[in-house]
Structures are given as structure tokens and as C-alpha cells.
Design a protein around this ligand. Structure first.
Ligand SMILES: Nc1ncnc2c1ncn2[C@@H]1O[C@H](COP(=O)(O)OP(=O)(O)O)[C@@H](O)[C@H]1O
Ligand SMILES: [Mg+2]
Length: 286
């Protein structure tokens, strides 16, 4: 399959076959980060729970935010239904993004049919729409559902990079190996240029001996296989932070919250997104 390319642009999938690991959180923050860098961003929410699209669409609505919130002047717009990207060839105007905006494609129940039916024609329509969407200085982000079905396979088949948040509980670590194997299969069969960017441990509890051991194991194995991101020379990860939850509640990026507790989280997010910029070979990384 031919790679979709455009100047200073990239297609990114956030995935894990488990729920509650931070996929939507990372998708939303990635969208804010690149929009604030001046990219046009499309967030395609493929999970029927709609968490990332709801978060982003709340952004323009919040009338009375607390005084410690300082938003950027990015605006978000509802662009359409994610399911249409699979089913219909969309026009240029349906796929153009107004400058500076984050364009959101919302999920709906019809997505379930796509996940379970195998229809290669859908891949072609999807690919066509995505390549139309990917114009100069555009970042497309897929927030994928917790599945190993078509709603993961099709986006991964057109993506340049996949980022994998995970928990460090033992069932989750098993799940991530399964997910990596699936992504490697797609890379081999359909998308040889796909970069398996890395596993990002989230909601890490450093008081847990089990999780501390899992983190050390992942640091070692991930470094050996180039499957992690680094912060201060060891594995980049997120612990449980109230400001992340608060940001979701307020419909903003965590770094819009001006509190001391935000600083280290902001640093970790920015460190991650800069490495993602590098993997996507974006000008933003310079
Ligand atoms: N590091 C974190 N600290 C605190 N809350 C978090 C963190 N990461 C995610 N959350 C919260 O955990 C919940 C699940 O995260 P979410 O991104 O929706 O997971 P997924 O999309 O994988 O199901 C959300 O309520 C989110 O706000
Ligand atoms: Mg989600």
C-alpha cells in the first residue's frame, strides 16, 4: 500500500486493546499540542464512548472557567461523523480544516458494524478521505477503541506512527504485547513504514512494588527494542495526576491549568510530543 504523504504533516494512532489506559487523554493533549504549534489538527474519534471528541468540543463552550485556567486561542469545530470517513467519499469542503482549528470527527453507533465486518472497499474509501484530509501542516490523530478489529486495523494501515499508552497491572502488560504483535502484523502486511513509536506507562503507582518492577522491566526491554520514549534517560511515564482529570472535566489541556502541580505533567507531555514530532519528521521538532 502506498504511503500517504504531505509536507510537514503526519498521521498518528493512539491505541491499546484495553480501556481506561489513557488513549483519549493522550489523543486530546496531542491535538492541543500540535494546534498550539500552528498545525491544523483533525481528531478522529473511533471509540463510541466519544470521550476525546466530547473533551475537545467542550473547549469552546465553557462559559465560566476558574481564574487559574488560561486557554490558548485554539478553537475546536465539529467536522463530521467518523463513520462517514469509512462509508462515503467526502468532498474537499467536508474535509478542509479552517486555520488554527482542531477539527473533530465524532463517533456513532454505526461504527460497530465497521469493526466487525471485513470489507476491503472500506479501506480504500477511508484511505482516500484521509489523504484528502492530510494537507500541508496537518496532523491527523486517531483515538482508537479498545479492540483488535477493523477500527484498529484500518487506521493503523494508513498511520505513520502508533503510540501505546498502558497501565502497569499485569493483565495490561499482557495486553500490550498482544497489541504490539497486532501492529507488527499490520506493518508487515499493509504498511511497512508504520513506526511503532512506543509504549507509555500511565497512571503509574510508584508505591506498588509490582508496578515498580514492571516499570523497570519495560525500561530495560523497551530500550533494547526501541519501543519506549525517554525522559531524563529513563522510560517516560505518567503517574496519577489530579490536573489531568481536572483538565478533562473543564475541556481544556492540562497545561492550561496554572497550578504548581501542573508543571511536571506539562513537562512530561511536551517531552513526549517533541519525540513524536521527531518520529513524524515535523518541523515542530526543530
Ligand atoms: N495520568 C492520569 N492521571 C489522572 N487521571 C488520568 C490519567 N490518565 C487518564 N486519566 C483519567 O482516567 C480516565 C481514563 O482515561 P482515558 O484517556 O479515557 O482512557 P481510554 O481512552 O484508554 O479508555 C479518564 O477519566 C482520564 O481523565
Ligand atoms: Mg478512550
Amino acid at each position: 500500500m502506498e504511503k500517504i504523504t504531505a509536507k510537514d504533516s503526519g498521521i498518528l494512532a493512539i491505541g491499546n486493546s484495553k480501556g481506561g489506559v489513557g488513549k483519549s487523554t493522550f489523543s486530546v493533549h496531542c491535538a492541543f499540542f500540535f494546534a498550539e504549534k500552528g498545525y491544523k489538527v483533525a481528531l478522529i474519534d473511533l471509540d463510541n464512548q466519544g470521550n476525546s471528541s466530547k473533551h475537545l468540543l467542550k473547549y469552546n463552550k465553557e462559559a465560566s472557567l476558574p481564574a487559574y485556567v488560561k486557554k490558548s486561542d485554539t478553537n475546536t469545530v465539529l467536522k463530521g461523523n467518523a463513520v462517514d470517513l469509512f462509508l462515503n467519499e467526502l468532498s474537499d469542503s467536508q474535509l478542509s480544516i479552517n486555520s488554527g482549528a482542531i477539527a473533530v470527527f465524532q463517533p456513532n453507533l454505526a461504527l460497530a458494524n465497521i469493526n466487525n465486518s471485513i470489507d476491503t472497499e472500506k479501506t480504500a474509501t477511508f484511505k482516500e478521505n484521509i489523504s484528502k484530509l492530510l494537507k500541508h501542516r496537518t496532523i491527523i490523530i486517531f483515538d482508537t477503541p479498545p479492540t483488535l478489529g477493523n477500527l484498529l486495523l484500518i487506521p493503523l494501515s494508513v498511520s505513520h506512527l502508533v503510540v501505546m499508552p498502558t497501565l502497569l497491572k499485569s493483565y495490561a502488560v499482557d495486553g500490550i504485547s498482544e497489541y504490539i504483535a497486532f501492529a507488527q502484523k499490520i506493518k508487515k502486511a499493509m504498511n511497512p513504514d508504520l513506526i511503532l513509536g512506543g509504549v507509555v506507562p500511565n497512571l503509574v503507582n510508584k508505591k506498588s512494588e509490582v508496578q515498580k518492577t514492571a516499570l523497570a522491566d519495560l525500561n530495560r526491554d523497551g530500550k533494547a527494542s526501541n519501543l519506549i520514549y525517554l525522559e531524563n534517560d529513563s522510560i517516560l511515564h505518567f503517574t496519577e495526576k489530579n490536573v489531568i482529570e481536572e483538565a478533562a472535566e473543564l475541556g481544556i489541556a492540562t497545561w492550561h491549568i496554572q497550578k504548581n502541580s501542573t508543571r511536571p505533567v506539562k513537562k512530561t507531555f511536551f517531552t513526549l510530543f517533541k519525540q513524536i514530532s521527531k518520529q513524524l519528521k515535523l518541523a515542530a521538532d526543530k
